[in-house]
Design a protein around this ligand. Structure first.
Ligand code: SF4
Length: 58
């Protein structure tokens, strides 16, 4: 999913995925909307951000 960046990243959404185009220099998310998926997740590691977009690819 490709979305828009917002001017001021949400200070309440921290993220360490620095390879994502929405990730800011201070490790926050600047996407206007994020979606976390995997309805079958039972551990933290099984959740994932479907808004993730590798830099330079979308
Ligand atoms: S879109 Fe998802 S992976 Fe990318 S910075 Fe935001 S929370 Fe992190």
């Amino acid at each position: 999913m490709s979305g828009k960046k917002i001017q001021e990243p949400n200070p309440g959404v921290g993220c360490d995925v620095t390879s994502c185009k929405y990730n800011t220099v201070d490790c926050h998310c600047s996407a206007n909307h994020i979606s976390v998926q995997n309805e079958n997740a039972v551990t933290k590691g099984e959740t994932y951000c479907s808004t993730f977009c590798p830099r330079g690819t979308c």
